[in-house]
Design a protein around this ligand. Sequence first.
Ligand SMILES: [Zn+2]
Length: 84
Amino acid sequence: MKTPSSQHGNKFSSFFCNLFGHHYTVSKKVTQHIKEYKCIHCQKQVTTDVSGKLSALTPQMQEINSTLEDMYRKRRSRVVHQVA
Ligand SMILES: [Zn+2]
């Protein structure tokens, strides 16, 4: 009966998430409808995709999000600073 104690911490976090579900908090607001979230227990990161569902925050998704964020900011600032 040998149990490797080194794995215990990580296993407990994912076990906790499996049992109670991830506890996501907003880590970044991309646009009004798209946000990035992070689980406070296991640090898993997800994002709202185009269909409004949560999907894993891959480097590809991160890139899409930063493009969207850029477009969103520019569009908003153009509306705000419509002086010229
Ligand atoms: Zn989690």
